[in-house]
Design a protein. Sequence first.
Length: 127
Amino acid sequence: MPGMIVEQNSIRLERPRSPRRRVCIKATFKTFGARGAVPVRNISCTGMLIEGDGLPAAGKDILLTAAGFELFGTVVWNDGSRCGIAFDEPLAPAKVLALHRITPEQVRTEELNAAAEWYRLHYCCPL
């Protein structure tokens, strides 16, 4: 499978690309100075594609949370409405397949659990 062409010091290197799985799951991201909720459009063992407004610039370190997984990586490109993330540590193929199998009902349950946790942390006082 052909990879992406990356220019480094005027030398063109071909980087192998891990097979992608199309998904549509919700994630949150955090960087120094930015955070947001975004849909994940594809994922592989080595990275993912996210969409949205206010995405971080290329070169930024990023923490992504999706379906109970915390993923650390670096933004490798940003075209204004989408960006590609390279993970610091590759995901096991089983995790990629698990993310690929998430149903809309599971996403909704995760959203409700996150909202309940946020409410508990912000409005409930510990006894």
